[in-house]
Design a protein. Structure first.
Length: 172
């Protein structure tokens, strides 16, 4: 583990904490509420972020998605997300039964962020400069870790907009 790995992992930890600031006010009654003109609801956002972070962590640690957090289906349930329901280009639905309960959404998100940060923190300098395919792009594992920080921040911004649209008080 080198300084670069620690810095990247610290960025992932910080993006987790920053994203979690916007969780206040969401509960089981509003976790799948869509706001007009906004693309994603709370449950979808947490499932999407967790799914993407687990997929990124897989590039570092070689372990698959946790089966207790994700089902290979469009719909999830009270305990897990459906992969196709939170993957890139999926469309959130307002049917709450298709998503985990609010506390479970938070738990799955936190677990994914912890796994990714730990996997990055344990990466060697040689591993960080190795190139992988991510979607249509090729990038180094260091760039992938950095991209996860940005991705979390992007969706944290969507949560901030959703909170505002739903009449919740500002968090910052």
């Amino acid at each position: 583990m080198g300084d670069r790995a620690v810095l990247l992992a610290d960025g992932i930890d910080a993006s987790r904490a920053a994203t979690e600031l916007f969780f206040t006010g969401f509960d089981d009654s509003n976790r799948t509420v869509q706001a007009p003109g906004l693309p994603n609801h709370f449950a979808w956002t947490l499932g999407h972020l967790a799914f993407v972070m687990h997929r990124a962590a897989e590039r570092f640690d070689g372990r698959p998605l946790p089966e207790n957090d994700f089902a290979g289906a469009t719909r999830g349930d009270a305990a897990c997300f459906g992969i196709e329901g939170v993957a890139k280009d999926s469309v959130p639905i307002t049917d709450a039964s298709a998503y985990p309960r609010e506390a479970r959404c938070r738990e799955i998100f936190a677990s994914a962020a912890t796994r990714l940060a730990d996997a990055v923190r344990g990466a060697s300098d040689e591993m960080l400069v190795s190139t992988i395919k991510w979607g249509p792009r090729e990038m180094t594992l260091a760039a992938l870790a950095s991209r996860m920080v940005f991705h979390n921040g992007f969706h944290a911004g969507q949560l901030a907009s959703l909170r505002k649209a739903l009449g919740m008080k500002a968090m910052l």
